[in-house]
Design a binder for this molecule. Structure first.
Ligand SMILES: NC(=O)C1=CN([C@@H]2O[C@H](COP(=O)(O)OP(=O)(O)OC[C@H]3O[C@@H](n4cnc5c(N)ncnc54)[C@H](O)[C@@H]3O)[C@@H](O)[C@H]2O)C=CC1
Ligand SMILES: O=C1[C@H](O)[C@H](O)[C@@H](O)[C@H](O)[C@H]1O
Length: 337
């Protein structure tokens, strides 16, 4: 049977996910949407030609009899309440990052899911589904460069709005590196530090930009993540792993090399929706297929908690300049080793 999905939050990624469910993926249909801007929700129904009901709020949507699974694509601070409400009703829920805006909030979700007794939560960390990251992990796991020693990353956005704050560079942006590097290295974090290079003139007065996040993993790998959200030139994600016997880099997204107007050039993407468009498709198709088989897989609530604990430590390190330890609660057996 086709999976009936309700979408909470019809903004940028909510619309993109509703579009892919409707036009690109198989096995599911959007039957319900809600947004605090109801007119916008109605417009999305019309634009995408959805046979969907617009609900007054997320809780009514979750409670609706014909909603079999929930997509949470609202603002981060609202995620915890909606994920907990879905768990309370035993409904599978795909929650965009962050799972919750604090580690404590993520732990409440972990505890609720463990108490429920069966996985219901997939978190929208899409990079482990990206072909480039999977190829990079294959190089590492097949011992082609020896044990990883150092990882250099860059997460660059062309620009951000005035509402973007220094801590969002961690909780909204570097949270992707925090998650994907745990998976890439099969490791967890021991400590973090944040340093501030010279500030760009292209950042709002309140925003520290760029920033460099320094992390040490439990296995001793040293990581530096440059986060530069007003780089002007494009949306540029870089990851280089330095191993004992070689170096491996995240492949660049494919683009046509051009020689024109006396220049030799390759275009750089400017939009995160395009950079990881295939990964979003794969992660969400995986959610649909799993739920239709009575399961839920992918990045778990524990992964959401681990990312949040590390992000909390990074935000503290932003404020203090100290090297901040990352202290995680014991991992429940429910989530595997
Ligand atoms: N995985 C990824 O690469 C990405 C993930 N995200 C995450 O997705 C979430 C949404 O981000 P965007 O779509 O960029 O933001 P957005 O601001 O474009 O959309 C969020 C929508 O949620 C609605 N909303 C807020 N509170 C609500 C509530 N209580 N009930 C119903 N709707 C509510 C807003 O009205 C807005 O339409 C964020 O948590 C963000 O971190 C965003 C972009 C990329
Ligand atoms: O989740 C996202 C996007 O996927 C981009 O990777 C980030 O740069 C952005 O800050 C965040 O909203």
């Amino acid at each position: 049977m086709t999976l009936k999905i309700g979408v909470i939050g019809t903004g940028a990624i909510g619309q993109d996910h509703a579009r892919r469910i409707t036009q690109s993926l198989s096995g599911a249909t959007v039957v319900a949407v809600t947004d605090i801007h109801p007119q916008q929700a109605q417009e999305v129904v019309q634009k995408l030609g959805l046979n969907a009901t617009v609900y007054a709020n997320g809780h009514d949507l979750i409670a609706a009899a014909d909603v079999e699974a929930v997509l949470v694509t609202s603002w981060g601070p609202t995620h915890e309440e909606f994920v907990l409400a879905a768990i309370a009703r035993g409904k599978p829920v795909f929650c965009e990052k962050p799972l919750a805006v604090t580690a404590e909030g993520c732990m409440r979700i972990v505890q609720a899911e463990v108490e429920h007794g069966k996985r219901l939560v997939q978190v929208g960390f899409m990079r482990p589904y990206d072909k480039g990251y999977r190829a990079l992990k294959n190089v590492i796991d097949s011992d082609q460069i020896g044990a990883p020693l150092i990882v250099h990353c860059a997460h660059r956005n062309p620009s951000v709005g005035d509402g973007y704050t220094t801590d969002m560079a961690i909780t909204d942006t570097v949270i992707h590196e925090i998650d994907v590097l745990r998976w890439l290295l099969d490791d967890d974090y021991a400590s973090v530090q944040v340093v501030y290079p010279k500030k760009t003139r292209n950042a709002s007065s309140h925003l520290a930009d760029p920033q460099i996040i320094l992390m040490e993993t439990a296995k001793g790998v040293r990581i530096d993540v440059e986060v530069f959200v007003n780089c002007q030139y494009g949306y540029d994600i870089q990851c280089e792993v330095v191993g004992e016997t070689g170096i491996a880099r995240l492949p660049e997204p494919s683009a046509v090399p051009m020689r024109s107007q006396a220049r030799n050039s390759v275009a750089i993407l400017t939009d995160w929706k395009q950079r990881f468009i295939d990964a979003y498709d794969v992660e969400l198709q995986g959610f649909i297929d799993a739920v239709r088989q009575g399961e839920v897989g992918g990045p778990s609530a524990w992964d959401g908690y681990a990312a949040a604990v590390t992000a909390d430590a990074c935000v503290l390190a932003q404020k203090t300049g100290d090297i901040v330890p990352v202290r995680m609660a014991p991992r429940p057996a429910f989530y595997g080793r």
